[in-house]
Design a protein around this ligand. Structure first.
Ligand code: SF4
Length: 478
């Protein structure tokens, strides 16, 4: 039941289509401006915000520097706490592990607390293919799932939907998969939340197996941490008999005290709150309390590839707060679907190419260009990821990956410019014909895609060299 990002077109094509959707742009502008104003207000309250950012970046950087050791420590701590640890190289392995554990308990359904890693690996579709239904329990994820839709924001996956659309989705689809929406459901947020609560409750009470993600994994204590706003996560984490957590290997931090800066940075940067309404932590199995079987799937799926990239590895510091999305002028206009991934916006423009590699897929190769390089993302990032620098580096990697073969028009133009600037004779010749050339270039059909959206400046009536010669370097009056 939910869509898939597989086969999405390259960014320019998807963005053009999104730009034609006025309703989408209106929804996005309203939502991103609201969240970003809230964020700015609560960040301004913290005097040492910049020091906090440095501390957060330091915690994640230290963990990444010695990732293998921290992961082994995490594994040992989890096993001491009677959790079973699995290692998954890629999406297929991770999906197979989750399906096998679910099947071993004779279950044909799971409840899920919001987990981007499971969307990244296509877990719902993989489980569905094996006859297991996966029910999203986060309100926004539920809206996306019932609408056969795709998430378009890290924090608010249904940001592209307004209240009237959500009411329609609930009325149309809830009855197909469980408790129907109440008669006469309105579009008041409280009524919509209440309808979702009623719909989900029977699933929570029935499910034997839950699947979660984690915001952080503490190596020294074997503690997984989930922060959320609705409390649904806590139901998932405590009610079912079996809990399977799919955790990207970059989520590890070394010590419990490392959580301090992270849990202060995350809520202010994401929901614009001083602290998260629900912060759940669990370490393996506690007899008689909560799930009595806990599995942790440590997921690579391209993260070690990203780690090997000297410039791009900083992207693995990301704590998925979504602040960079909310300030991005490109994201605000095209929304998340255009990025073709569960990770949209500025972080998606670097994380996807870093994890998947460039030079293979035109969709992935188009992402580093989905930016104006204005730098707003870097300014708000709580863990100081220099997204613009990574974008520029990735653009160079994309160009390098496509060297050889038939040269593109842009490459030919750049070669021509390089040869012209290398010789003063050629440059002088080019200057003399610049004025005439500008007029001609405007009319060439080959140039119209460029000139259709930009002004081609008119060349000067006299070149600098001609002026220098005529006035003897400015000594004679003109
Ligand atoms: S890159 Fe930074 S601002 Fe963007 S989601 Fe990640 S942590 Fe937040």
């Amino acid at each position: 039941m939910s869509g898939t990002f597989v086969g999405m077109p390259a960014f320019p094509t998807a963005a053009r289509e999104a730009l034609g959707n006025t309703q989408l742009r209106r929804n996005l502008a309203h939502a991103t401006h609201t969240i970003r104003d809230k964020r700015a207000k609560v960040v301004a309250e913290v005097e040492d915000w910049e020091d906090l950012r440095l501390a957060g970046a330091g915690v994640k950087e230290a963990a990444l520097r010695d990732l293998a050791t921290h992961l082994e420590t995490l594994e040992a701590s989890l096993e001491r706490a009677r959790a079973t640890v699995h290692w998954a190289r890629d999406a297929d392995e991770a999906c197979r592990i989750v399906a096998d554990v679910t099947r071993a308990h004779g279950a044909d359904e799971v409840v899920k607390v919001k987990s981007m890693a499971t969307v990244e690996i296509g877990l719902n579709e993989a489980l569905e293919a094996r006859g297991i239904a996966a029910w999203e329990t986060d309100l926004a994820e539920l809206i996306v799932q019932l609408g056969d839709d795709l998430p378009s924001h890290i924090l608010v996956p249904a940001i592209h939907r307004n209240r009237a659309e959500i009411r329609e989705i609930f009325r149309r689809r809830m009855g197909d998969v469980g408790r129907p929406a109440p008669e006469g459901l309105g579009d008041d947020p409280a009524a919509l939340a209440s309808a979702a609560r009623e719909h989900l409750r029977e699933k929570f009470l029935r499910a034997k197996v839950a699947v979660s993600g984690a915001n952080f994994a503490v190596a020294e204590t074997g503690t997984l941490v989930v922060v959320e706003s609705e409390g649904n996560g806590r139901m998932c984490l405590t009610l079912p008999e079996v809990l399977i957590s799919v955790v990207g290997i970059e989520k590890v931090v070394a010590t419990w005290s490392d959580l301090d800066p992270m849990l202060r940075l995350l809520p202010r940067s994401s929901t614009g709150e001083r602290m998260n309404p629900y912060t759940s932590t669990w370490s393996g199995v506690t007899p008689g309390d909560g799930p009595q079987e806990v599995h942790v799937v440590l997921l690579d799926n391209g993260r070690t590839r990203a780690l090997a990239d000297e410039v791009g590895r900083q992207a693995l510091r990301c704590i998925r707060c979504s602040a960079c999305l909310n300030v991005c002028p490109v994201y605000e206009r095209v929304g998340g679907h255009a990025y073709g991934s569960v990770y949209p916006g500025p972080i998606g423009a670097i994380l996807n190419p870093l994890m998947k590699g460039v030079g293979e897929d035109p969709q992935v190769d188009s992402l580093p260009y989905a930016s104006s390089l204005c730098g707003a993302c870097y300014e708000v990032c709580p863990v100081k990821i220099d997204i613009p620098s990574v974008l520029v580096d990735l653009r160079a990697q994309v160009v390098d990956a496509h060297r050889g073969g038939t040269p593109k028009l842009e490459a030919v133009a750049m070669k021509g410019a390089s040869s012209t600037f290398a010789s003063s004779k050629r440059l002088g010749f080019a200057e003399r014909f610049a004025r005439l050339g500008t007029g001609l270039a405007r009319r060439l059909p080959i140039a119209t895609p460029w000139t259709g959206a930009r002004d081609l400046p008119q060349g000067p009536t006299e070149s600098f060299r001609a002026w220098w010669k005529r006035t003897d370097g400015g000594r004679f009056n003109e």
